[in-house]
Design a protein around this ligand. Structure first.
Ligand SMILES: [Zn+2]
Length: 317
């Protein structure tokens, strides 16, 4: 029996197998809908007086529009992380879907194979552009309620050499990362330069509302943080076996770190410390969008593809 694929208008309704079947035109239509849900708008002057340039006879690029006010031409990728990319739009949509569906992330190598990309380098650029789209505005809203704070080291265990101790944490080449997470809510995670009281406390004050309660373990750098928060500071005392006593625990932050480590530790020797923040963004994005379907998460990530063109240079360094 011939398989007749169902018709979709939204990525949020699609499964991985449907996304894999998208044509270039369908992918473009979906991106246009996500970028301009209320009708096409000129990225140069925000006019809505737009014509689609249909070019069956002439040699016209697909998906080209012209603004009747400023007379400039554009496509859906103008001003986005996709601008000037040689990757097809269907590959972009598939890559977004793939990175949004895999809890531990997808390596550039795996994407290169799955999408049939010409080089590892293009796959690598693709994944970093998608991470940029996933980056959430840190000023969007402060974390609130009960906020668990914890720090860890990324980079796997250093190799044990004969006659030497296996160094842990400080003093190794591992990178410190901190997470601040609302119970049952959103997360902020990022690499930090060290784990001193000054660094950790200023990061907490920057990201968490004063109305909150901070929850940490007994690490000395957190001592005194209650002065800045209305509901004070709950401290888990791991060393006396007080795990998860009442509501005092950092289990949520620890689950996040477990995911991040499973995704990143294995390939950390390939990714330098300067890229670690992007991996934190990616894992935080999936965490914040954990309660929706893979398709909805993909749409949410694609929403972030507009307006980050300028940040791209900086990211690719
Ligand atoms: Zn215009």
């Amino acid at each position: 029996m011939k398989y007749i694929p169902p018709e979709f208008t939204r990525i949020s309704e699609m499964s991985a197998i449907d996304v894999g079947r998208l044509t270039e035109d369908e992918a473009r239509g979906m991106l246009e809908h996500i970028r301009w849900p209320k009708g096409i708008e000129c990225p140069h002057c925000t006019s809505t007086n737009i014509v689609r340039i249909e070019g069956k006879a002439k040699k016209v690029r697909d998906g080209l529009f012209r603004c009747k006010d400023c007379r400039k031409q554009f496509t859906v990728t103008v001003g986005t992380v996709m601008e000037r990319s040689h990757i097809t739009l269907r590959q972009w949509v598939q890559a977004f879907h793939s990175m949004c569906s895999h809890k531990k992330g997808v390596s550039a190598l795996q994407l290169q194979r799955n999408l049939g990309l010409g080089s590892y380098r293009s796959a690598w650029h693709l994944t970093h552009r998608i991470r940029l789209a996933m980056k959430e505005d840190p000023l969007a809203s402060l974390l609130k309620g009960v906020v668990e704070v914890d720090e860890t080291y990324i980079g796997g265990k250093p190799r044990r050499e004969f006659g030497k101790h296996n160094k842990r944490g400080r003093g190794t080449k591992k990178a410190p990362v901190m997470a601040m997470v609302e119970r049952d809510g959103n997360i902020i995670s990022k690499p930090i330069k060290n784990v001193t009281a000054k660094t950790l406390k200023s990061a907490i004050r920057e990201a968490v509302s004063e109305e909150s309660k901070i929850m940490t373990d007994e690490f000395k750098s957190y001592i005194g943080i209650e002065k800045d928060f209305k509901d004070g500071h709950g401290i888990v005392r791991h060393h006396i076996g007080e795990y998860a006593k009442r509501d005092i625990n950092t289990n949520t932050a620890e689950s996040f770190f477990a995911l991040l480590k499973r995704g990143v530790n294995g390939m950390f020797h390939h990714i330098s410390k300067k890229h670690l923040a992007k991996y934190c963004n990616e894992f935080s994005f999936r965490w914040d969008n954990r309660k929706v379907t893979d398709g909805e998460r993909t749409e949410n990530a694609i929403h972030g593809f507009v307006g980050k063109r300028l940040m791209l240079k900086e990211v690719m360094g």
